[in-house]
Write a protein that binds this ligand. Structure first.
Ligand code: NCD
Length: 338
């Protein structure tokens, strides 16, 4: 499991240095800290609907997005978020960086720090890599944009913002929801961050998938009675308010966890007939990228219960909120200029 790498790096989950804060994970965040991110994101949604989608809030700040793993929506939305706040943003990908020439993570991080960025947004295949960077950076905040199979905090926040908007339209909040994660839970940093968030909100969580993909140690790591494992899809979906379909992450699988994708999808693909039968009022999330026909059917992905496009849209506002709140901690008296 990727999390073993955390032990390799021997790092705490949260690192607070002098005046600099980081967002490394959802684990350990309180309900009010989560709500602070969501409230701030809510106030930024409107900026992206303007004709001129730019505010001067982070003028003069520098955001470096360094991605050691492929990304479409996360990288694009961090870049757009920084630009909409008037920060200077640069994107460095591992394939075009000196990492290809053998540079260590520490040397890469120190090199970037020498250019005085205010925020370093990092995605890495090793769990714990952003925590490692946070430990060595004294002036820049670090945002975890996905570390191995460990955490993906901004994805969990944008998922929550999406649910908040949807359930507000139905006249309710997002506490007391029944939420199920279906599929490759074992390798999913999205599931891990979301589960921590739903535990903080007091929600009921079900992890649904074959036993090879929902291992007991994953569940035990939450130490919460509100997290339950169900191996049968119909039973797991029964009465859920929210279904989160997870991508089959073949790139993280070094052994065979399922017989083959056809067999898997017969038992675990989230399709309209099974949702209509087991949880007719549910909404569906997927972090993307989707494998249609494997973990989610096209009729669900494009159908009325899908909030997937809304998730992508909210990614920008959530990342604006994260950049804003972290940049602001260094300057507590700065006002939000709009
Ligand atoms: C997720 C990720 O990279 O962890 N995608 C994303 O950030 N939108 C989920 C995935 O790759 O399956």
């Amino acid at each position: 499991m990727g999390c073993q790498t955390l032990v390799k790096f021997r790092l705490p989950l949260f690192t607070f240095h002098s005046m600099v804060d980081h967002l490394l994970g959802i684990e350990g965040l309180s309900k009010s800290e989560i709500n602070r991110y969501l409230d701030t994101a809510h106030s930024f949604v409107e900026v992206s609907e303007r004709d001129i989608k730019k505010v001067p809030t982070l003028r003069g700040k520098t955001v470096v997005n360094i991605f050691f793993e492929p990304s479409t929506r996360t990288l694009a939305s961090f870049d757009i978020a920084g630009k909409r706040l008037s920060a200077d943003t640069i994107n460095v990908s591992a394939s075009s960086s000196s990492v290809k020439k053998g540079e260590t993570l520490l040397d890469t991080v120190r090199t970037l720090e020498s250019m005085n960025p205010d925020i370093l947004v990092m995605r890495h295949s090793e769990s714990g890599a952003p925590h490692f960077a946070a430990r060595y950076l004294s002036r820049a905040s670090v945002v975890n944009a996905g570390d191995g199979a460990h955490e993906h905090p901004t994805q969990a926040l944008l998922d929550l913002l999406t649910l908040r908007q949807h359930f507000a339209e139905k006249g309710r909040g997002i506490e007391g929801l029944k939420v199920g994660f279906v599929g490759d839970v074992r390798h999913s940093r999205v599931a891990r961050s979301n589960v921590w968030a739903h535990i903080a909100l007091g929600n009921e969580v079900r992890l649904i998938g074959p036993s090879t993909l929902v291992p007991p140690d994953f569940v035990a790591s939450f130490g919460s009675k509100s997290v339950r494992v169900v191996h049968n899809l119909s039973e797991g979906l029964d009465g859920l308010d929210v279904v989160v379909a997870l991508r089959m992450q073949l790139e993280r699988q070094d052994e065979h966890f399922i017989p083959n994708l056809d067999e898997y999808s017969k038992e675990y693909c989230v399709s309209e007939p099974i949702l209509a039968r087991c949880c007719p009022g549910s909404v569906v999330l997927h972090p993307g990228p989707m494998n249609r026909g494997t973990e989610i059917s096209g009729d669900v992905a494009d159908g009325p219960r899908s909030l997937i496009r809304r998730q992508v849209n909210n990614g920008v506002a959530v990342r604006m909120a994260v950049l804003y709140l972290l940049a602001r901690t260094a300057e507590p008296h700065e006002e939000l200029e709009r």
